[in-house]
Write a protein that binds this ligand. Structure first.
Ligand code: 26Q
Length: 763
C-alpha cells in the first residue's frame, strides 16, 4: 500500500507528521486508510446472494479487525510504534457499536466475518439504530442506564443512494441505506452490512441523558433505539413498526437486486436466499407475498411458492417468553395488508393440517406465531447446537418435526478466530504460529498442538501468556473502571446477559459458601477472583436483584479483612464486546452453568476454550459438543441432564422448597437476608430474591447447587497442580478448531444456501 502508509495519509489530511498527531486524529487516519483499501476490493457479486437478516449485529470495534483482515495490521502497528504511537491506545478512540444484546447479535457478526472470509456473496441486513443497547453503570449497587450513542464522527458507515418507501396504515415512511464494509481475512473481495435508517429520524425527542422518549412518535423514533422498552402496549407496537420497517426495506432491496440480475421473480430462489436470525425478521414472509402479488403480478399461490423456496429460519431459544406472538389487532392497526396476508397463510395451514392446532399460525387468542409462520413458509429450520436441535425436534417443535422432518437441521455455532484469538490474544496467536505454523489462520486446525503434549516448556509458555493477559486485564480494569485485581489469583469468569436460566444467582450462592468457608478458617491456597459481566433487561426485576446481590457481596467481601486476601468478587461495568476481548484471554475458569436444556448453544464457551480457560459447565447447548471433543478429563461437568430437566418441567415436579430446606443449602440461601447483607444492601431487592429462590426458583439454581460447589472446589484444588492444569488447557486449545465459525458457515452453505464458492485459502 505505497500511498496509504500512515505517514502520507496523515500528511494529506492533517498536514503533520505522525508523532504530532493525537490518538483521536490517528484513529481518523487509520479509518480512512481502511476505507480506501476496502474500496479497492470488488464486492462479491455472484448470481445468487445470501441475505442474512437480523435485528442485531453486535460487531464490536472495527479498526483492529479490519487492519488484520486487510493483512496490514503488523505493518501499521510497526509504523506507528516507530513514531512513538501505540495502536492499542489509538483503538481506545473507537466507540463500540452496541447494536445487539448478546449471543444472537454476536453470532451474526462472526458469521459476516466468515462469509466474507470464505468469499461468499452475502450481505447482512438490519437497522441503523442510533442508540445501541443501553450503557450500564452501577450506583448504590444497582444497575443504572445511559443512552449508548455511537454514531459520532468519524464513523465507518457510508451512506448509499438506496431509498425505499415503507407503507404503514397511518403514514408512509422513507428509508436511507447505510453500508458497513465487511472484509474477509486476506480476501480480494468484500461484502457489506446494510443498515436501513429512517429518513425522518430525530434524536432530539429523547429526554436529555435518559433513555426515555415518546414511543408513539413513530415518524421520528423508529430507528432510535435497539430494543425499546416493550413492557407496555406502545413499546410492543414500536417493535412491530421496527420489524416491519426492517423487512420491507430488505424485501424491496432483494427484489430489486434480483431484477437487476435478470430474475423474473418466479425464479427468485436462483438469485436470493434469506436466512432469518430468529423470528424478529419473520414478517419478511408476508411482506414478500405482498410485494410479489401487488407490485409484480404474481398470484398468491405463486408468491407463496417462491417465498417458501427463499426463506430459511434459525431458532436460537426455547424460552417461551422469547417466541414472538403478535396480537392480530396490533398488526391490523399498523400493517393491515400484511395482517390479511398472514390470515391467508394461516388459513392455508388450517386447510392443509385440519385439527392440528399445535401447528397453527394464528392461535385461539388471535395471536400470530412468528416461529410457526417461519417454519411453514421457510424451507429450512435449524437449531444452533446438536442438543438444542434435538430438543426442538423431540419436544418444543415436535408437531412441526412430525410434518416436516426434512426441513430440520443442526448448525452448531462457531466464533471467528480473527477477532477471538488473532486480534485479542496476539501472544497466544504468535506462540501457535511458532509451534504449529500458520495454516491454522485459514483452516482453524490447532490439533498440531498435540505434538507438544508432554513438553514442559510449552506448558510454561502457555502459563506465561496467561499471566501476561491477566496483567493486561488488570491494567485495563484499573484504568477504565478503577477496579484493582490480583494478577496472581485464579481468574474465574461469568460474562453473559443476566438471566435466571444462565444462573448467575447460583454462582453468587457459591460465593456465599466460599465466604462462609473462609470465615470458618478454610482458606484457599491461591487467591480467587470471580468476575461477572452482563446487562439485565430494564423490566426484568429478578435480574436486577441478582446484580444487586453480586454487587453487595462484592462490597461485603471487600470490607472484610479476614476474607479479602483470599477472595475478590467484581462485576465489570457495561460488559460488551470490548470488555470480553480483555476478559476472555485472561480467564482460567469459564462458567457455563445454565440449567440444562435452556442455553441453546452459547458461544462464550468456545471463546474461552480457544483462549486456554477450562470450562465449568452443565451438559447444555454446545457444552455437550465441547465435552465430546476435549474428553471428560479436560472439562468440569456437573448438574442434572437436559432429559431430567425437561421431564421435571413436563411433570411440574420441581420443588424449590424441598431443596431450600436441605442442611447444606439453607444457610447459604438465608445468608442473602442475613443481618450483614441487609445492613449493606437494599432490603427490597435482597428479600425479593431470597423469597424467589426459596419458594419458586423457576430455573432451578438449587437443584444443582451442591454438585456445583463440589466441582468448583475440585477445580480450585486442581489448579494447584499447574502442570496437570496446563495439560488440560493444551487439549482445550487443540480442540477449538471445530468451533470456528468458518466451519459453521461452510455447513450453512453446503446444506442450506448453496452459494457459489471455492472456499479458497491462500497463505
Ligand atoms: C423476543 C421478543 C420480544 C422482545 C425480545 C425478544 C428477543 C430478543 C433477543 C428474544 C431473543 C433475543 C436473543 C436471543 C439470543 O441471544 N439467543 C442466544 O443465541 C446465541 C446464538 O445462537 C446462542 O449461543 C445462545 O445460547 C442463545 O441464548
Amino acid at each position: 500500500m505505497p500511498n496509504n502508509n500512515v505517514k502520507s495519509v496523515a500528511m494529506e489530511y492533517l498536514d503533520k507528521p505522525i508523532s504530532e498527531c493525537t490518538n483521536q486524529e490517528l484513529y481518523y487516519i487509520l479509518l480512512k486508510i481502511v476505507q480506501r483499501e476496502a474500496k479497492l476490493l470488488p464486492v462479491n457479486n455472484e448470481k445468487k446472494k445470501l441475505y442474512y437478516i437480523s435485528a442485531e449485529f453486535l460487531i464490536g470495534k472495527m479498526l483492529s479487525n479490519n487492519l488484520l483482515n486487510l493483512g496490514i495490521y503488523d505493518e501499521v502497528k510497526a509504523e506507528l510504534a516507530a513514531n512513538g504511537k501505540s495502536l492499542d491506545d489509538i483503538e481506545l478512540a473507537e466507540i463500540e457499536p452496541s447494536l445487539g444484546n448478546g449471543g444472537l447479535g454476536r453470532l451474526a457478526a462472526c458469521f459476516l466475518d466468515s462469509q466474507a472470509t470464505l468469499g461468499l456473496t452475502a450481505d447482512g441486513v438490519g437497522l441503523n439504530y442510533h442508540f445501541g443497547l443501553f450503557q450500564q453503570f452501577f450506583k448504590f449497587n444497582q444497575q443504572g442506564y445511559k443512552p449508548d450513542e455511537w454514531l459520532i464522527e468519524p464513523t465507518w458507515l457510508t451512506k448509499s443512494d438506496v431509498q425505499y418507501e415503507v407503507p404503514f396504515a397511518r403514514f408512509t415512511l422513507t428509508s436511507t441505506l447505510y453500508d458497513l464494509e465487511v472484509l474477509g481475512y486476506k480476501q480480494e473481495t468484500r461484502n457489506r452490512l446494510r443498515l436501513f435508517d429512517l429518513d425522518s429520524v430525530n434524536a432530539d425527542i429523547i429526554e436529555k441523558g435518559s433513555i426515555s422518549f415518546d414511543k408513539t412518535n413513530i415518524e421520528e423514533n423508529l430507528t432510535l433505539f435497539l430494543y425499546p422498552d416493550d413492557s407496555d402496549r406502545n413499546g410492543e407496537l414500536l417493535r412491530i413498526y421496527q420489524q416491519y420497517f426492517m423487512v420491507s426495506n430488505a424485501a424491496q432491496l432483494i427484489i430489486d437486486e434480483a431484477l437487476e440480475k435478470g430474475s423474473n421473480l418466479h425464479d427468485l430462489d436462483e438469485y436470493a436466499v434469506v436466512q432469518i436470525n430468529d423470528t424478529h425478521p419473520a414478517l419478511i414472509i408476508p411482506e414478500f407475498v405482498r410485494l410479489l402479488t401487488t407490485k409484480h403480478g404474481l398470484t398468491f399461490e405463486e408468491a407463496v411458492d417462491v417465498v417458501s423456496k427463499v426463506v430459511a429460519f434459525t431458532n436460537h431459544t426455547i424460552l417461551q417468553e422469547a417466541l414472538e406472538k403478535w396480537p392480530m389487532n396490533y398488526l391490523d392497526e399498523i400493517i393491515p395488508d400484511v395482517a390479511n396476508i398472514i390470515r391467508g397463510l394461516s388459513d392455508l395451514v388450517k386447510h392443509n393440517f385440519p385439527g392440528n392446532d399445535a401447528v397453527s399460525i394464528i392461535d385461539n387468542n388471535d395471536r400470530a406465531h412468528m416461529a410457526h409462520m417461519a417454519i411453514h413458509y421457510g424451507f429450512s429450520v435449524n437449531g444452533v447446537a446438536r442438543l438444542h436441535t434435538e430438543i426442538l425436534k423431540n419436544s418444543e417443535l415436535k408437531a412441526f418435526y412430525d410434518i416436516y422432518p426434512e426441513r430440520f437441521n443442526n448448525k452448531t455455532n462457531g466464533i471467528t478466530f480473527r477477532r477471538w484469538i488473532m486480534a485479542s490474544n496476539h501472544e497466544l496467536s504468535e506462540f501457535l504460529d511458532e509451534k504449529i505454523g500458520r495454516a491454522w489462520h485459514h483452516d482453524a486446525d490447532l490439533t498440531g498442538l498435540y505434538d507438544f503434549q508432554d513438553d514442559e516448556e510449552v506448558y510454561q509458555k502457555l502459563a506465561e501468556i496467561k499471566a501476561t493477559k491477566k496483567e493486561h486485564l488488570a491494567e485495563h480494569l484499573r484504568i477504565t473502571q478503577n477496579i484493582p485485581i490480583r494478577t496472581n489469583s485464579i481468574i474465574d469468569v461469568q460474562i453473559k446477559r443476566i438471566h435466571e436460566y444462565k444462573r448467575q444467582q447460583m454462582l453468587a450462592l457459591y460465593i456465599i459458601k466460599k465466604y462462609q468457608m473462609i470465615k470458618a478458617g478454610q482458606k484457599p491456597k491461591t487467591p480467587i477472583t470471580i468476575l461477572f459481566g452482563g446487562k439485565a433487561a430494564p423490566a426484568y426485576t429478578i435480574a436486577q436483584d441478582i446484580i444487586h446481590l453480586i454487587l453487595t457481596l462484592s462490597d461485603l467481601i471487600q470490607r472484610d479483612p479476614e476474607v479479602r486476601p483470599y477472595l475478590q468478587v467484581e462485576m465489570v461495568e457495561n460488559y460488551n464486546v470490548t470488555e470480553a476481548e480483555y476478559l476472555i484471554p485472561a480467564a482460567d475458569i469459564s462458567e457455563q452453568i445454565s440449567l440444562a436444556s435452556k442455553e441453546a448453544s452459547g458461544t462464550g464457551n468456545m471463546k474461552f476454550m480457544l483462549n486456554g480457560a477450562l470450562i465449568l459447565c452443565t451438559l447444555d447447548g454446545a457444552n455437550v459438543e465441547i465435552a465430546e471433543k476435549v474428553g471428560e478429563d479436560n472439562i468440569y461437568i456437573f448438574g442434572r441432564s437436559s432429559e431430567e430437566i425437561v421431564d421435571l418441567y413436563a411433570r411440574n415436579a420441581y420443588s424449590a422448597h424441598d431443596y431450600y430446606h436441605r442442611e447444606a443449602i439453607k444457610p447459604i440461601v438465608d445468608f442473602i437476608v442475613s443481618d450483614e447483607m441487609l445492613e449493606l444492601g437494599n432490603k427490597e431487592n435482597l428479600r425479593r430474591l431470597h423469597t424467589d429462590i426459596a419458594n419458586k426458583d423457576y430455573f432451578m439454581a438449587l437443584i444443582d447447587l451442591e454438585e456445583f460447589i463440589d466441582v468448583k472446589e475440585q477445580m480450585y484444588a486442581d489448579y494447584e497442580d499447574q502442570e496437570a492444569w496446563m495439560r488440560k488447557v493444551l487439549v482445550n486449545i487443540a480442540e477449538a478448531g471445530y468451533f470456528s465459525s468458518d466451519r459453521t458457515i461452510r455447513e450453512y452453505n453446503d446444506d442450506i444456501w448453496h452459494l457459489e464458492s471455492n472456499y479458497q485459502t491462500e497463505a
